[in-house]
Structures are given as structure tokens and as C-alpha cells.
Design a protein around this ligand. Structure first.
Ligand code: GCV
Length: 724
């Protein structure tokens, strides 16, 4: 504060009513904090002296309001809007058909290349002076352009020569809410569902609007409102009226609503005695359902379906296929331009080979058979959103299908909303993975953005981490995961480092003494959680049902593939799941180049070692340690990394408020406690097989294995509580 000039200081005071309050995180990355540098401030103020903002639709209205809010917050200016484009304008914001031909000529933009959602931001000479133009083909492009412009100010970008042409790389950029109608959220750790079904449609919570603003700011354009473990009731008239009310709120922000469709809905709410997709009555029922939905919500996005997965009904109940089921729904939605998103997350207790192989085995033979308004949505890895998984072999293996990505933003397997884990690092690792499907360089990002196979539709979904906690996501740093997902949905080729930097600047502080160490902390946080939970390719070692804490010993669940012992297969000889050609041969689902590397224990990257191989305890790792020692040291490394995060956070205390400091400090200390719990419980258990002492750098376990095994959490969040 002491270096700030007087004028700026007065400005800070004048706009300081928001920033003077205890920060509660509600504003997310849309804080629009005052610009403290007086030179930059003056520059920016000059640009916003006189603004022409085309203003004739709901989308443009909300964009204009956002611009006003942002400029007021950051620059302290009440924007002067002019009614027509004039010489005095310093900023012109309009779609191309509303721009004078001479401005269009000066922009020299190929509007075709930016599509419906893209935009241009360019500094040009107009009537003898330098001005900035934000333009697009459609109103929604203006919306995204305005949010980008505000981000440029948050990033302190030099605007004098600015020239940005950008458009999203994927068509569908969606949040999947696993929200139930009773407002519990499956795998939700940030309170209850945002959607207050009881008060809808008449009561519109300000949160719905702020949710839409936040999503629009990062380009998310679709929201599935309800859980994939669906209740058919959402499709009844009473609920559709409520859904329509939310759709009305989201529309100006470029967001479409989607619903999950329970496959057996024709029976449950339609009075039919079958849901067989080849039955005429069933087909008619879905056609009528689609017609009714579109009457209420003309821009309804479509259905997301979890079928024949974890007990959910589906076409296989009638000896039909995924294609039969998906195409039946797709036909019903087609006349309305709706889509069906059909999940590939399937596995069966009757398939004794290997759960990791099943989605591929069930879906890849159907490549090319789905209608063109069907997208098959596949999780990033072949098991289930683990701290680390190799990429799903379906990516690259279905070139004739609209294949979309599903990431999990909520931290079901990564410490709930207590652990600081920056997920864009995980997302980036998956997106950059080379499938070799069409030769070297066929990254997962290129598969899903359609740049290689040119599918009709492309998309990406993130399972939301949002609830009604005041800061939306529970952990303040979990906001960065929502933000980062959105940024990667817009452009899956972005780097996680860029995203971390953007988010920190917009959310906390623009001081590089704060940003640099905290950015590093974020970037290392994902590896830390892998180390203290599931190092060297271990996976699914979580305690039953709630997935809170370790349960590697669990072996008594009814379905074999629900037991952690199924995944680690520890015995006196070693540990790991043999998925090589001498085992389940899951490796063969990858392109040859990838399969070959994973298949051989010496070439398999060590981060996937125990995913693909059962390895003897005395196997020598690349660093010369035995597997047992190396595994133990990895667990310890994870714990040490969390201690380091605490040290980093303490060091940046001077740059943030006491409340901001304290909140994260408390959470990091819980994370440390839980990291130690993971290390101690896992190592004590695996030691019963390795029968070897801990290497000398391992901190002594705090409790006994029996103690860790005895822990029970019937009221852990994210599940409907019950006593076992
Ligand atoms: C919505 C995992 C989770 C379930 C989730 C399922 C899915 O199994 O534990 O809660 O169900 O994935 O993605 O359908």
C-alpha cells in the first residue's frame, strides 16, 4: 500500500466497499479488484472514456452490464455509453453487421474463421485515433469478447497493439451436475445443490445469475442440471417448468440446459410396461417427451444418459445395444436440434477379465453406428477418475464417432474439497497424451477437438464441484479447477501454468511475489496427491462407498471390482495389476506404439508401473531403489510436498488478508494430517506383504494398522449417509 500514489489511493478508497469486506470467495475470479498501478490505470481509463456498445438483445445487455461492472471495479470509472458510433468513441463493441464498412475493412478480419462463438479484439486507427474494437458474428461472441477484454485488464495486458482472434475449439463445453432432486449432490463437497427445486420456478436466486456469469466468463455453454444416477421425475411437467425457469436465466449467458434421462422413465412416469428402445410405444413416448420439453425450452440442449452402468437401467435390459438406446433418443431430439450424450462408463461384475478393458470392448465395435447427434462421453481414464490414470484407450479408437471427454472437477478421489489439488495439471497430462491413433502427435486434445477426424460434433464435460457453500467450491483453490476446466474446454491446448497464473491474478493478487511461489505450489499439488495416495500407478485404494481415506485392505464387497484388493493385487511376491500381454492384456487396446511401451516393465513409465504390471518387491526402480523402498519413499515424498505447501503459504502471508491466509492454512494442515494417514495406513498394510522394514527416511507411522482399519465414516459428504 505504501507505494501507491495519492490519486490511486483515493480511487481505491472510493471503490473499496467490496474489497474492504472480509473476502468470502463469492466473487470467484470476477472480483475486478482495483488496478493499483497508476500508469496502467490511466492507460485503461483512456480506453474506456467513450464506449459504443450495440444494445439490442438479452445477450448484449448482460455483456454490457458485465463491462460496466468490470470497469467500475478495476478502473473506478462509470462508463459513458454513446448511442451511435462516433468519432469520440475509444471502444467500439458490435457484431460485424453493425459495424461501419470502414471499421470492418480496418479490422481485416476473416469473420468466417471465428464462427458463431468467436470474437476479435483489435486496436485500430479510426478517424485519426487509436481505438479498440470488440467484434463478432453473433451476440454470444460479443459476450465472450467482453469477458476476454476484462481478463486482459486483469492480466495487465498492453492494449496499444492488441490483436486477438479467438474461438472455442470444442462445440459442447459442459458442466455435469450430479445433483439430486433432494438437493444432495453425489460426490459433492461444497454443500447442497445450487438448484432450489422447491422454490423454483418463481424464486430466482441471485446465485443462478452469478453461476451463469462465471460460466460465461470461461466459455462454458452447457449445464446438465441433474445427476446421471437420475430420477425420472425431472421429466414430469412440474419439474420441467422449474428447468425452464433456469434455462431462461442461463440463456443470455450462452448456456443451454440439458437433463439426464433415466432410461426406464417410460415405465416410471409414463405408465408403460417396458422401456425397450425398439418398442414403438416407447419410441413415441420419447418423441412426445421431446416435443413437450422443446415447447417449454426451445433451446433445450438434450439428454445425458448413464445406461447399464452401476445398476442403472438401459437397453441391455431388453437385450438391445447402446446404439439402439442412444439412437432411439437421438431420433426423438433430432427434429429439435437436440443431442444425446451417451456415457461409456460401463463395467460388469460378470466380466472376469479386467474392468479397465470393458468400456472399450463394449463401445469400439459400435464405431460409426451412432447417429450424428449422439456424442459418446468417455471418462479420461479407463477406471474412474483416479489421481492418475493412463488415458482412456477409446480416445483415438473411434474415429467415426462424436467422442467427448469427461473429466471430474469434484475431487471424489483427490481429497474432497479439503485438499489443495490443481486439477488442470491432471487434465493437461491427459490432453497432451499421444494416442498415436493417426500416427505420432495424435494427442487426446486433437482427438477430442476434431482436428484429425472432423466429427460432426465435439465436446468436453466436467463433473461439477459447485455447491451452495458461500465460496461455491468449498476449498477456495478448488475454484481454480472450475476455472481451469472452462479454460481447457475453450482451448484444450492451453498450458496449466497459464491457467494458474490467470486464476491467481484474477482471484488473489497481481503481485509477482505472491504469484510465483503460489503458482508453483499449485502446479506441484497434483503430483503430491498422487504420491501420498496412489503412487507408481496404484489406483482405487479408497475406502468403501464414500471414498474418504484409504482402504487398500477392503476385500469383502459383493462385486470383485469394487474391492481395492482387485486393483493392487499385493502378495508376498509383489504388487500391481498385470495388464500386460502376460496378464489381462489391456495394453492391446492402445495403438501399437503406446501398447509396446506400456507392455514392457522396463519401458513402462514408472508413474504407470503398477497400473500395468505386477512387480516383485525387490524390483529395481530407475533411481536404484527397490520397489518396496521406492514405494515407501514416494508416500513420504507426498507428505513432504504438503509440508512444503504449508511453508510456501506461510511465506506469502504478507501479500493477502489475514482471513484469506487463515482459511487456506487450516485446510493445508488438514491435508497434511490426511496425507500422513494415507501414507501410514497404506504402508503398514503393504508391509504385511513385503515383510520388509521401512527405509530410514520414512517417518514412523502414528497409529497401528488395526486403528486405520477400524475407522468408519457413515456421514462422509458426497453420499447419502447410512449406517452399515
Ligand atoms: C454418478 C463413480 C462414482 C459414482 C458415479 C459414477 C459415475 O463410480 O463413485 O458416484 O455415479 O462414478 O460416473 O457414474
Amino acid at each position: 500500500m505504501k507505494h501507491i500514489k495519492l490519486g490511486v489511493f483515493i480511487f481505491l478508497l472510493s471503490v473499496g466497499t467490496i474489497s474492504a469486506q472480509v473476502p468470502n470467495g463469492y466473487n470467484l475470479w470476477l472480483n475486478y479488484s482495483p488496478q493499483p498501478n497508476s500508469t496502467i490505470l490511466k492507460e485503461y481509463q483512456k480506453v474506456s472514456t467513450s464506449v459504443y456498445f450495440q444494445n439490442e438483445s438479452d445477450v448484449l445487455n448482460v455483456s454490457r452490464e458485465e463491462l460496466k461492472r468490470g470497469l467500475k471495479g478495476m478502473l473506478g470509472v462509470d462508463v459513458l455509453f454513446s448511442d451511435a458510433i462516433s468519432k469520440s468513441n475509444t471502444l467500439i463493441i458490435a457484431t460485424n453487421n453493425n459495424l461501419h464498412q470502414d471499421i470492418q475493412n480496418t479490422l481485416e478480419t476473416n469473420y468466417k474463421s471465428i464462427g458463431d462463438e468467436g470474437f476479435i479484439i483489435k486496436s485500430i486507427q479510426f478517424k485519426g485515433k487509436q481505438i479498440i474494437v470488440i467484434s463478432a458474428n453473433q451476440d454470444v461472441g460479443i459476450l465472450y469478447g467482453v469477458f476476454r477484454f476484462l481478463r486482459l485488464l486483469q492480466m495487465e495486458t498492453d492494449l496499444s497493439t492488441i490483436h486477438i482472434i479467438d474461438s472455442p475449439k470444442l462445440d459442447l463445453r459442459m458442466l455435469n451436475h450430479w445433483d439430486n432432486l433432494d438437493r444432495t449432490v453425489e460426490r459433492g463437497y461444497a454443500g447442497f445443490s445450487l438448484w432450489n427445486w422447491q422454490k423454483l420456478p418463481d424464486f430466482i436466486d441471485q446465485r443462478y445469475i452469478d453461476y451463469a456469469r462465471a460460466n460465461a466468463s470461461i466459455g462454458i455453454n452447457g449445464a446438465v442440471l441433474n445427476n446421471v444416477n437420475a430420477s425420472a421425475l425431472i421429466l414430469t411437467p412440474m419439474y420441467l417448468e422449474k428447468v425452464a425457469a433456469l434455462a431462461n436465466v442461463f440463456r443470455p449467458y450462452g448456456i443451454k440446459v440439458y437433463l439426464t434421462a433415466r432410461f426406464s422413465a417410460p415405465i416410471e412416469i409414463g405408465g408403460l410396461d417396458t422401456a425397450d428402445p425398439l418398442n414403438k410405444e416407447v419410441q413415441n413416448w420419447w418423441n412426445t417427451m421431446a416435443n413437450n420439453i422443446y415447447k417449454a425450452i426451445p433451446d433445450f440442449g438434450g439428454f445425458l444418459v448413464k445406461a447399464n452402468s452401476e445398476g442403472q437401467p438401459g437397453p441391455q435390459n431388453y437385450n438391445r445395444t447402446h446404439v439402439d438406446g442412444a439412437n432411439m433418443l437421438a431420433k426423438a431430439l433430432k427434429p429439435h436440434n437436440g443431442v444425446v450424450i451417451w456415457r461409456s462408463f460401463v463395467y460388469s461384475e460378470h466380466d472376469v477379465t479386467d474392468r479397465a478393458k470393458q468400456a472399450y470392448s463394449e463401445f469400439v465395435p459400435f464405431d460409426g453406428k451412432f447417429m450424428d447427434n449422439v456424442l459418446v462421453q468417455s471418462k479420461n481414464g479407463p477406471i474412474d477418475f483416479q489421481p492418475r490414470e493412463p488415458f482412456h484407450p477409446m480416445f483415438g479408437a473411434m474415429p467415426n464417432t462424436n467422442l467427448m471427454m469427461e473429466f471430474q472437477i469434484t475431487q471424489e478421489y483427490l481429497g474432497f474439497s479439503t485438499h489443495l489439488v490443481f486439477l488442470p495439471k491432471l487434465f493437461e497430462e491427459v490432453l497432451k497424451a499421444d494416442t498415436y491413433a493417426e500416427g505420432k502427435g495424435t494427442t487426446v486434445a486433437k482427438v477430442i477437438d476434431g482436428s484429425i477426424t472432423k466429427p460432426k460434433l465435439t465436446g468436453i464435460a466436467g463433473v461439477s464441484n459447485i455447491g451452495n457453500d458461500i465460496n461455491w467450491t468449498g476449498h477456495p483453490f478448488a475454484q481454480a479447477n472450475w476455472y481451469g476446466f472452462g479454460r481447457l474446454a475453450w482451448n484444450p491446448h492451453l498450458s496449466s501454468e497459464t491457467i494458474a497464473e490467470e486464476w491467481l491474478r484474477a482471484t488473489y493478487s497481481i503481485n509477482s511475489k505472491f504469484i510465483e511461489p503460489v503458482k508453483n505450489m499449485m502446479l506441484n499439488s497434483r503430483e503430491a496427491v498422487v504420491n501420498y495416495m496412489n503412487p507408481l500407478g496404484l489406483h482405487h485404494l479408497f475406502d468403501t462407498n464414500h471414498h474418504y481415506g484409504p482402504g487398500p485392505w477392503v476385500s469383502n464387497l459383493s462385486r470383485p471390482e469394487w474391492n481395492p484388493t482387485y486393483y493392487h493385487k499385493a502378495d508376498e511376491n509383489g504388487i500391481g495389476f498385470n495388464r500386460s500381454s502376460t496378464g489381462s492384456n489391456a495394453v492391446e487396446q492402445y495403438a501399437n506404439e503406446v501398447a509396446h511401451v506400456f507392455n514392457i516393465v522396463e519401458t513402462c513409465p514408472e508413474e504407470y508401473l503398477l497400473w500395468f504390471h505386477h512387480v516383485p518387491w525387490d524390483y529395481k526402480l530407475k533411481n536404484g531403489e527397490s520397489l518396496w523402498n521406492g514405494l515407501a519413499l514416494k508416500y513420504q515424498e507426498g507428505v513432504n510436498q504438503v509440508s512444503q505447501m504449508i511453508t510456501t503459504w506461510n511465506a506469502v502471508k504478507p501479500y493477502i488478508s489475514e482471513a484469506e491466509y487463515k482459511e487456506v492454512d487450516m485446510l493445508l494442515n488438514i491435508q497434511l494430517k490426511e496425507a500422513k494417514w494415507w501414507k501410514d495406513a497404506s504402508l503398514l498394510y503393504f508391509q504385511t506383504f513385503s515383510k520388509q522394514p521401512f527405509p530410514k527416511d520414512i517417518e514412523k507411522p502414528e497409529k497401528s494398522l488395526e486403528y486405520y482399519k477400524s475407522l468408519k465414516f457413515p456421514f462422509a459428504p458426497g453420499i447419502r449417509p447410512h449406517w452399515d
